[in-house]
Design a protein around this ligand. Structure first.
Ligand code: ADP
Length: 486
């Protein structure tokens, strides 16, 4: 227990503005709890609109000098931050597990994944290029250059407390932007700890400002209409993303939106079924199912569906539930009581409409917000769980006949983040990958997340890409210079 107390104690609990930790205006604070016990971990400064405004002022003041800092220097700060995160993976993982619930193994994987964005963008910082071209009509020249968009507001969710931050902070630093980060109310500690680590890595004051808050809209709303802010990057729910888009429209902010998902997982009759089950366990159970890329519904060829569901139920049914910090835990608690109630509601709705429970099916009594890993079969089309993002460890299995039907089922949603496809037929794999209305496809794999790849969606899942060579473009504007040769 003392190691756990120490990691929480070490976290700075304030608002971070212009390189200084301080109390929130009026001394307000809010509690952060451990979802594995339901108990309070500590209190954190509750940033107010005035704090956010001061954070923006600090970001604005630092912008020009930061943009003029050599790209190699910006890259080396990121590289050092990657190194420090790698050295401190154990403590960062423990802190993440305590505030978010996932198992220590999952938290370590996230710390490593989060750090990879810093390493990747340390390498991208020195590859910001323009071009030089002859005017097709002759005479003059066309010159283009890329410049940082300016101060950014970065809003992150609770499910990946570090990685959702680093994949915005990394490219913003690399591009030469300053920023204000508003971490999720439920999980601010990892971001506060990361803030300290970035300062230690040499990030100058004012480049990164952090304002935790228990009422995000009130705190950051005034920034959205301040003309000095130039961009908002948001990861979270579709309704909040839509509201932020509307606010961004008034100020014509650059916008990146990574919103909800409803990922289909397609298993064709020619798939390697054991590989499909392995992929399904990863795509469903990573992060306790609390991920926008979690497989939300399983559409399986009718002649292999029973075997697939049985094998998946065996695997999910034998996973060990427990507090994330306990040894051997594979599945931690859900983030809070509301989330657990919502998962239960979707399962109950499906069962009431005729679905059968192959394993699990209900919440687990006792402290913390646990829900048993669940497989549902014979899930009818009208079940809400096929349309709504479940964000929990529940796998509804349905069947299809033809490839056309599978594709129609997969695309029959307003969301379009990711889809998973298991088939050994190359022609089918490419046809289906081309036909899917998503930003990403996992082909014979249940894991797509990779700092070197462009992550993002289409349709109601948003737009903009994080990671890959695309990721830094979100933080750059192109300037064109017409050059007269006369
Ligand atoms: P989730 O279901 O993952 O909590 P939300 O969209 O509610 O998704 O939250 C994602 C992030 O957006 C959090 O940091 C939250 O505090 C923030 N947020 C929620 N409402 C607003 C708002 N009106 N304006 C700005 N940020 C908001």
């Amino acid at each position: 227990m003392s190691a756990q107390n120490a990691v929480v104690e070490n976290v700075p609990k304030g608002v971070y503005v212009g390189g200084q930790w301080r109390e929130a205006s009026g001394g307000a604070s809010f509690a952060v709890e451990d979802p594995g016990t339901g108990k309070r971990l500590c209190d954190v400064a509750d940033g107010q609109a005035e704090d956010a405004k001061e954070a923006l002022a600090a970001a604005v003041a630092a912008q020009q000098e930061w943009a003029a800092t050599p790209p190699r220097e910006r890259g080396e700060i990121l590289r050092r931050a990657w190194q420090l995160m790698t050295e401190r993976v154990e403590d960062l993982a423990m802190l993440m597990t305590l505030e978010m619930g996932k198992s220590l193994a999952e938290s370590k994987a996230e710390v490593t994944y989060a750090a990879e964005f810093f390493r990747w963008f340390s390498e991208e910082a020195v590859r910001i290029e323009g071009r030089y071209a002859q005017n097709p009509a002759g005479g003059s020249r066309l010159l283009t250059m890329k410049q940082p968009v300016g101060p950014c507001l970065l809003i992150t969710p609770w499910n990946f407390p570090l990685a959702m931050g680093t994949r915005k902070i990394g490219p913003a630093i690399a591009a030469g932007c300053t920023m204000i980060v508003k971490p999720a109310q439920l999980t601010p500690l990892s971001m506060l700890q990361l803030t300290d680590l970035l300062a230690e890595a040499g990030l100058p004051p004012g480049v990164l400002n952090v304002v935790p808050s228990s009422s995000a809209g009130k705190t950051v709303g005034p920034l959205m209409s301040d003309p000095r802010l130039r961009k908002v990057s948001f990861t979270g729910s579709t309704p909040v993303g839509q509201a932020l888009m509307a606010q961004a429209a008034e100020n014509l902010l650059r916008v990146s939106m990574e919103l909800g998902g409803n990922a289909p997982f397609l298993v064709f009759s020619d798939a390697d079924l054991d590989a499909a089950v392995d992929g399904a366990v990863v795509a469903k159970m990573r992060n306790n199912g609390e991920s926008c890329v979690a497989a939300n519904r399983f559409h399986v060829a009718a002649n292999v569906a029973e075997e697939f569901a049985r094998k998946l139920a065996d695997r999910l049914g034998s996973m060990t539930l427990g507090h994330g910090a306990e040894e051997g835990t594979q599945v931690g608690p859900l983030i809070d009581g509301d989330q657990r109630d919502k998962v239960a509601e979707l399962v109950d709705d499906a069962v009431a409409k005729g679905a059968k429970v192959a394993t699990g099916g209900s919440a687990v009594d006792g402290d913390g917000y646990f829900f048993a890993p669940t497989v549902l079969t014979d899930v009818p089309k009208k079940a809400r769980i096929l349309r709504e993002e479940v964000f929990g460890p529940v796998a509804p299995v349905t069947t299809f006949g033809s490839e056309e039907e599978a594709l129609a089922l997969a695309n029959g949603t307003e969301f379009g983040l990711v889809a998973y496809v298991f088939t050994q037929d190359l022609g089918r794999a490419l046809r289906v990958a081309e036909g899917l209305e998503t930003g990403m496809v996992g082909l014979n794999t249940g894991l797509v997340s990779n700092a070197a790849a462009p992550f993002g969606g289409v349709k109601a899942s948003g737009f903009g890409r994080e990671g890959g060579v695309e990721g830094i473009e979100e933080y750059l504007s192109t300037k064109y210079v017409a050059v007269s040769m006369s």
